[in-house]
Design a protein. Sequence first.
Length: 442
Amino acid sequence: MPLWVVRWALPVPFQPLSSIGIVGGGQLALMLAEAAAELGVSLHVQTPGSGDPAVARAASVVQGALDDDQATRLLADRCGAISFENEWMPLERLLPLAQEGVRFIPGLDALAPLISKRGQRLLLNQLHLPCPHWCDLERVFAPPQPTPVAALQSPSAPPSPLWREAGPYRPPELAQHPTLPPGFRFPVMAKASRGGYDGKGTVPVADQQALEALLDHVLPSDWILEEMVAFEQELALVACRDRQGNVACWPLVQTHQHRQICDWVVLPAPVNHAVEAFARNVAASLLTALDYVGVLAIEFFYGPAGLLVNEIAPRTHNSGHVTIEACRCSQFAQQVRVVAGLPMGSTESIVPGALMVNLLGPQEELSEHDQRDRLAALTALPGAHLHWYGKVQSAPGRKLGHLTLVLEGSSTADREGERERLLAEVRRIWPLPEAISTPENP
């Protein structure tokens, strides 16, 4: 074969994109837009609200619901590739766009097993990766075989939200007395398969009475049941994979929750290197098996049973906000790079440590003057970097911004002392709300 024939058969190098799209307009899209501007990439967003955080920083806005595929088609006309702010997308409605040549990153095939907790658990079991013991909630009925979903969705059946306030509703096919499947014992954790975050769609089930009360308000086919995990720490790892299959991970972090909403994150996690190495292996296995392109976060439980995967978020993530100040390339800059086809940046840490604290909506609404004074006091803390999302509305527990503080300690113990002192200072200025409203953004 002549040499020129071989040369023409080689793949044409991918040319980096000058513009990309994001479906979503919240704080994650805002920080993606900020990173894109620094990289000289135009970022266009699709979002329903004209006052959403990302609108002011986007190159242009397609105003439309996140599940509006026609709006996504308009977004595709303005950019070379599209990514997502969250994973709750109607993939079946996006598939025709992909077949027409719209490039989604991550790909729809890679997202498909990750958009529900049930899909995530099935994938983890298939790859022999550690996760809590689980089953479909339908298995609490005898016989233990799941009832076909089609049988539960008869014309007379009500719609299937996460929680049925009107209850009770139990399909006649599932009228048997519920019993925990073999291998489970109370207490257990029930989780909505789709749509749950920040504690929404997660219900601890203490006993038989609580189980029956849950079943009076939910459609079992929409939920899974898990063992209650005894853990000592909650950890998270943000990882990424580019179009060429290269995988990189940021340092493992420890996360802490307040009423099931992330309160603070510390980098690096105070664990030994073997734990971090195992977490990185889990991430590499997932990314490679899915042929996933983009940024992905994995939440872990760490305790007597070792490291268990709690949840997978196929996007930039709250636990990765700390990378903006703590790492050479942030999770947001990396996502922009990967979607645009630019070379990946280094994920190495550039500081001894860092603390990220979420600024949650206070119990009582603050006056503009009081809010301004509190934010000024936070900014004045040593090594502080304030990120304020500019949301129009506040509610107890809603993520209004975050503060990152650089830690200078050279040892784990020194950084732990710094973390405790700085966290106390932040909470003195910006207290945690006692109660939590239904949150809007992951």
